[in-house]
Write a protein that binds this ligand. Sequence first.
Ligand SMILES: C[S@@+](CC[C@H](N)C(=O)[O-])C[C@H]1O[C@@H](n2cnc3c(N)ncnc32)[C@H](O)[C@@H]1O
Length: 207
Amino acid sequence: MRNQFLDQGKKINVGELMTDSLWDSFLPKNFQTLSPFQWTPISVVERTWKYLQTDMPESIVDLGSGVGKFCIYLSLLSKSTISITGVEDRKDLVLVSESLKERWNTPKVEFQNINFLKQFPYGHSHYYCFNPLYETMKGIHSIDTQKEKSANQFLKDLQTLKQNLLLLKPKTKLITFHGFGGNYLPGFRVIIKEEISGGEYLVWERE
Ligand SMILES: C[S@@+](CC[C@H](N)C(=O)[O-])C[C@H]1O[C@@H](n2cnc3c(N)ncnc32)[C@H](O)[C@@H]1O
């Protein structure tokens, strides 16, 4: 599985504008199809990099990193100046991410195959998520059939996530695209609220 993308012979020209279709063209076909529904748009990563330049992170974690699009493109934008970790509970997505990490040469990105509800990655200054819990509620555009769809499970997971986030240190930031699952996050205040690529983009600060 590793390095499968390195054999494709695709080349990016220096200075070429990054687009979703260019990025996604390096993914296996089934993951390309899912991209508009599951992977962060390029414009959202670019907005995040603009924000981070005003509030430089010690390190940032993507909670549910998918195929690594957010982490790897953010690392390219930052020219590897920040430590970026992607945590993802689907092993096949972690393998794709590792392969793309080599393809894009982003050594400051690390991927971990963990469930953040069971092993929350504490100790970072910034967190990002693109609605990772919603899949237990959703009927269409699922990544696979591994996870049970259950409103009850969704509510339990949301409660666990909120409890974990409440344990973060004051001033820690949480950046959400299409939300984290709920509307109100105890212990946090919203410092940025925008609409990007048809989704709500928020930056929350731990009080
Ligand atoms: C909407 S996708 C976003 C992927 C990536 N953050 C991006 O923006 O391109 C949500 C991801 O969260 C992952 N995920 C959901 N629940 C998780 C959990 N408890 N632990 C780790 N990963 C999880 C899913 O497998 C999926 O890859």
